[in-house]
Design a protein around this ligand. Structure first.
Ligand code: C2E
Ligand code: CA
Ligand code: CA
Length: 399
């Protein structure tokens, strides 16, 4: 792994370099500000990771992020798209500001792994790298796979659905689980969706993954239902799949082949401006709903769905994005967003789910807001199917 560090404070930069070497970085390049970082990127080629301070003289972290982002690839200073695999920012500023920086990075098309509060410690650095590394191959997390390699892996059966429980906030009982795709790569170990979902979506090949996950999720839920009646399984569907007029029928066929009642399956669509805006997408949504499938709006609050779209499309669940949940219990504006979303969901007749519940404080905030369900590391991380079955058996008192 090649890392570039941009930090104007000499001592802090040296400390960071030492920590990265301790954590096993192969090569660490150093820059005193954004300008020097860009020069290095142009001269020595792509890096896997950029760690940059937000406040630097000459060119600060934000300008640097803009210049490595794809959105501004015509700027005089900008480098080739793809020169930087991912970015971590360092800052002494408050969290709400870092959150805006994260949004900004996303808008510039830059993959932000996280922010580290100063003072920098080995633990903090390890944590940010771990959040990423835990789910993704530890050896080479930023390897770029070609669509061909991904499809080969799929056809060889190397992809598994992992399951993360969704729990009722009032009873603490498991209500269902979300299927999250994982690739058991023969060389790189366990690889997470960020490495294969976007390339498949861009190539128009996401359906092969979608249907593999639907099949596994339906079969798994069928099995869980014997332990717990009414349990549901959620599957992520790319919004572009809704453009296919045959989608609803194909999903129904997979579910019925597994012997699962469609009412036990929830389909999650990320909130985008496109949802329910064309005839075909609406037809698919209505067909799915008529057959009994649950329809969920994922990552609510990050997209641009209008209230009218929410009201007109036949959704049954609203998942509040984790950027409003994780670590925000003490923040009045974030609480207000959560409360408003929960109330709106209730008035529209949807169930509400809070994502990214990492602590008891996150859990309590959702509970106080009247949210129906919670999902997150505080309850459990996504786990392999066999492990989820054990989890469920423990919960239902069968072991
Ligand atoms: P998502 O649908 O929002 O899924 C939740 C993501 O948040 C998962 O990441 C999960 O591991 C992570 N997560 C859960 N609890 C916590 C928490 O408490 N804190 C934090 N920081 N994160 C938490 P994962 O598995 O890496 O998936 C990332 C995204 O990839 C998913 O986001 C979903 O949009 C997409 N994805 C996953 N599987 C599929 C799939 O089969 N098809 C499609 N189209 N997309 C998928
Ligand atoms: Ca989801
Ligand atoms: Ca989500």
């Amino acid at each position: 792994m090649v890392v570039l560090v941009a930090e104007d404070h000499d001592f802090q930069r040296r400390t960071l370099v030492r920590m990265l070497k301790t954590l096993g970085a192969k090569e660490v390049l150093e820059a005193k500000d954004g300008l020097e970082a860009l020069t290095i990127l142009k001269q020595s080629g792509p890096v896997d990771l950029l760690i940059c301070d937000l406040d630097m003289e000459q060119m600060d972290g934000m300008e640097l992020i803009r210049n490595i982002g794809q959105a501004d690839s015509v700027g005089a200073d900008s480098v080739e798209p793809g020169s930087v695999g991912a970015v971590i920012v360092l800052s002494g500023h408050e969290r709400s500001l870092l959150d805006t920086v994260a949004k900004m990075a996303r808008a510039y098309g830059v993959k932000l792994l996280g922010a580290i509060d100063k003072p920098l410690t080995l633990d903090r650095l390890r944590n940010v790298l771990d959040v990423h590394g835990q789910q993704v191959a530890a050896a080479e997390p930023w390897h770029q796979f070609s669509v061909g390699e991904i499809l080969d892996g799929l056809r060889l059966g190397q992809f598994d659905a992992f399951f993360q429980p969704k729990v009722s906030l009032s009873t603490g009982q498991v209500a269902g689980a979300e299927a999250l795709a994982r690739w058991h790569h023969p060389e790189f170990g366990l690889v997470g969706p960020i490495a294969f979902v976007p390339p498949l979506e861009q190539a128009g090949e996401i359906e092969e993954l979608t249907f593999a996950m639907l099949g596994q999720a339906a079969a798994a839920c069928r099995q869980w239902a014997e332990l717990k009646s009414g349990i549901s399984v959620s599957v992520n569907i790319s919004p572009t799949s809704l453009d296919d007029p045959g989608l609803a029928e194909r999903i129904a066929a997979v579910t019925s082949a597994a012997g699962l009642d469609p009412r036990q399956m929830i389909l999650e669509f990320t909130e985008t401006a496109a949802i329910g805006n064309t005839g075909v997408t609406l037809e698919n949504l209505v067909r799915l709903r008529m057959r009994g499938f649950g329809l969920s709006i994922d990552d609510y609050g990050t997209g641009f769905a209008s209230l009218q779209q929410l009201q007109l499309a036949p959704f049954s669940e609203l998942k509040i994005d984790r950027s409003f949940v994780t670590g925000w219990a003490d923040n009045p504006s974030s609480r207000a967003i959560v409360e408003t979303s929960v109330q709106m969901a209730r008035q529209l007749g949807f169930r509400s789910v809070g994502e990214g519940v990492e602590t008891e404080a996150d859990w309590n905030m959702l509970k106080d807001a009247g949210c129906d369900m919670a999902q997150g590391y505080f309850i459990a991380r996504p786990m392999a199917q066999a492990q989820f079955l054990t989890f469920l058996m423990q919960e239902t008192g069968l072991t």
